[in-house]
Design a binder for this molecule. Structure first.
Ligand SMILES: *[C@@H]1O[C@H](CO)[C@@H](O)[C@H](O)[C@H]1NC(C)=O
Ligand SMILES: *[C@@H]1O[C@H](CO)[C@@H](O)[C@H](O)[C@H]1NC(C)=O
Length: 695
């Protein structure tokens, strides 16, 4: 037996190869019986049945009858029930009381499959034949919820609630959780995530029901930079508040985190209400632990554009538009008040515009408005300028121009005030930026002649009494008359000696002594302008005996040099006037001092007769023309002589001396019945003015 047994073990292995396998189709219930049942079973048998019921069920196998040759451990013949190669039972015997008899107790498979293997040996020891077995099996619903689905995985199939169904099961989740796609696990239903809309609503899981325990929910609000999130918690707010050692919100809390700031924890029964976060991203984390109760919270959030503050107001300028607050993407301009300029640091800028950035800053810092200045006021020739008010030539500073009185004056004002204007120019009241020139004052000598009487031989002229008198050297001596700061008049015939060559002329001004005058250089002569009508052939016609001398630089006037005024064209002569000259003495070649005399005007007829008398007896005597006048005393004695040629005969009206004549010619100087003849200046005003204008 022993060898056989070992052989049988061997043959068993061989038999596996040619085993007859009963594959049963998937059914809800069926019967299974030994071969030939109810006849005795054959020897040398190896038969296998694979029972199967639909998934989600297991198999309940019940023996109606079992009679298999008993042996120790069912060694010879046996029916083995296996599940996944695991032996659930090995049966033999005849009565339910036998050790290896299954009785009527059903065998449950852990799954929907079960295998039966019936093995018999080749010998039947006794006369008794054994009938085998008869069993039925049925599908029995598995309660997956209470038993493990498989032997390998002993966890409950559902992470939370398991609902058994016929042949299957369903998982469900507690309040505040939702079933994941695997159908088994529950995940917390926070309603969280990332909120990107400009406004929105969020609440604790299950709100207004109490919040689930043991959860951590995160809510992120993340809107565009440049916007700030404001949370508005509803009044109904409750998060368990437990204090311990000065800490609250110990177990349940809502944590608000804003970048760059200390996180804030909320709990308790009082709604935080409106919370301005000042940030475009806000993280909220809601935490509950395994105990206690929080009824939850809800909030509505809104977003506002970030505000840019204007820290300081602009002095002397203003910001436009003038809003109480400025927000992201707002633009401002800065304009300075009149008289102020925009400065960025040390740099002047034409205009200023700045935008409110998303970070609440301005893209450019505010500029300053600095007061403008007009620069130093321009100097005034022959005048000066003084400050009346203001400083540093700043806006609205006031200056005053004044000419050097009494020698210069403005044409029609005594002084002119200029203000530093908003366009950074000095401007007068009439907005003109042009400073009027200082005009020389004419005909107002600082020394008034006290004596007007007729004095034989003339008088010494005090310094400054005939300031227009010039000393003139052109071979011989003569005179000239200052009529402007660059112009003098003289007699045309004076220039004959030097053939009208300016280089050979010398002109001096500013002193009554020749010796003093000639210590200084001659005035620089630019050009000579002889009257075109002067044609004095053989000294026989002094008509138009005048010439203009232009200087190449200006004379600065003072007490000792001043122009005489020119009359208007065709002004009538007064009765008398004054004539001055350096030759007015018997010894005119050496006279050193300026002298003058006062002479009456002689009637033109009377003078004409006097001259015609001479002409009747002498050749080469000029006729008297309407461009000449005569002056002198009928008794003679006082006259101008050749050394005075080119000097002025002046008259006075309203305290102003004006030029009536130029010493021109005469016959028999100083004799009775003879008179001095003068070029009648008032006939030439148009020519003089035109010539001065043209040159
Ligand atoms: C929420 O924001 C935090 C901090 O920025 C980040 O760590 C977390 O991943 C975010 N959560 C979600 C769901 O976006
Ligand atoms: C906050 O919400 C309440 C109620 O919803 C509302 O009356 C209130 O105006 C809101 N406050 C702000 C600042 O939005």
């Amino acid at each position: 037996m022993e060898t056989v047994s070992s052989n049988s073990a061997f043959s068993l292995i061989l038999l596996w190869v040619s085993v007859s396998v009963g594959y049963c189709k998937v059914v809800m219930h069926d019967e299974v019986q030994s071969p030939l049942y109810p006849e005795p079973y054959p020897a040398d048998l190896h038969k296998q049945w694979d029972l199967e019921v639909p998934p989600g069920y297991k198999i309940k196998l019940t023996f109606n009858y079992l009679d298999i040759e008993p042996s120790a451990n069912c060694y010879y013949d046996s029916l083995t029930v296996l599940h996944n190669n695991k032996v659930l039972g090995k049966f033999c015997g005849q009565k339910a009381t036998d050790v290896h008899h299954p009785g009527s107790k059903p065998i449950m498979s852990p799954t929907n499959r079960l295998r039966l293997v019936f093995v018999t040996d080749d010998s039947n020891p006794g006369p008794l034949k054994h009938l085998g077995f008869s069993a039925h099996y049925q599908a029995v619903d598995v309660d997956e919820c209470s038993s493990p689905v498989s032997l390998e995985n002993s966890d409950p199939p559902c992470s939370q609630i398991c609902l058994n169904t016929l042949g299957s099961f369903m998982c469900a989740c507690h309040h505040g959780y939702h079933l994941q796609s695997d159908g088994l696990t529950c995940a917390l239903d926070c309603g969280g995530g990332v909120f990107k809309e400009s406004e929105g609503t969020m609440s604790s899981p299950g709100y207004p029901d109490p919040s689930p325990l043991r959860m951590d929910c995160a809510y992120n609000i993340s809107v565009q930079p440049g916007f700030e999130v404001t949370l508005n918690f509803s009044d109904s707010f409750h998060i368990e508040q437990i204090y311990n050692k000065g800490h609250s919100c110990l177990f349940h809390w809502l944590l608000m985190t804003v970048p760059g700031e200390k996180p804030r924890k909320f709990c308790g029964e009082k709604s935080p209400g409106v919370v301005r976060t000042g940030s475009h991203t806000v993280q909220l984390e809601y935490h509950t632990d395994g105990a206690g109760q929080s009824r939850g919270w809800s909030l509505h959030y809104t977003t506002q554009r970030v505000e840019c503050k204007l820290e300081k107001s602009i002095s002397n300028g203003r910001v436009t538009p003038d809003f109480p607050q400025y927000f992201y993407r707002d633009y401002i301009h800065v304009r300075c008040d009149e008289g102020y300029k925009l400065m960025m640091g040390e740099q002047e800028i034409r205009s200023f515009k700045s935008m409110c950035l998303h970070n609440g800053r301005w893209h450019l810092p505010l500029p300053q408005c600095k007061i403008i200045d007009c620069g130093a006021p321009k100097p005034l020739l022959n005048g000066d300028v003084k400050f009346l008010s203001g400083s540093n030539n700043e806006y609205l500073s006031l200056v005053q121009y004044q000419c050097n009185e009494p020698f210069y004056t403005f044409r029609d004002a005594y002084q002119v005030k200029f203000t530093c204007a908003a366009d950074r120019k000095w401007r007068a009241d009439d907005h003109s930026a042009v400073i009027p020139p200082c005009i020389p004052v004419c005909g107002k000598p600082s020394v008034e002649l006290s004596v007007r009487g007729r004095v034989f031989g003339g008088q010494k002229a005090p310094a400054g009494s005939f300031p227009w008198q010039a000393f003139f050297v052109s071979g011989g001596r003569g005179g000239a008359i200052v009529i402007g700061d660059r112009w003098l008049l003289t007699a045309a015939h004076n220039l004959e000696n030097v053939k009208f060559a300016k280089e050979r002329l010398k002109v001096y001004v500013g002193n009554v002594f020749v010796s003093e005058l000639i210590k200084f250089p001659s005035l620089p002569i630019e050009s000579l302008h002889v009257h075109p009508g002067y044609k004095n052939i053989n000294e026989a016609n002094f008509d138009n005996d005048l010439a203009l001398i232009k200087l190449s630089s200006s004379i600065t006037f003072n007490n000792n040099v001043m122009p005489v005024c020119l009359p208007l064209q065709d002004t009538k002569l007064s009765d008398s006037g004054w004539v001055s000259g350096f030759g007015m003495t018997e010894d005119f070649t050496t006279a050193n001092e300026l002298r003058y005399i006062s002479l009456p005007i002689v009637e033109q007829d009377q003078c004409h007769k006097s001259i015609e008398t001479v002409r009747a007896t002498r050749d080469n005597v000029s006729p008297l023309t309407g461009n000449m006048f005569c002056a002198g005393l009928p008794e003679g004695g006082q006259d101008t002589c050749s050394g005075d040629s080119g000097s002025g005969f002046v008259m006075r009206s309203e305290h102003t001396y004006w030029l009536a004549g130029i010493v021109s010619w005469g016959v028999d100087c100083g004799k009775p019945g003879r008179y001095g003849v003068y070029t009648r200046v008032s006939n030439y005003i148009n020519w003089i003015e035109q010539t001065m204008k043209d040159n």
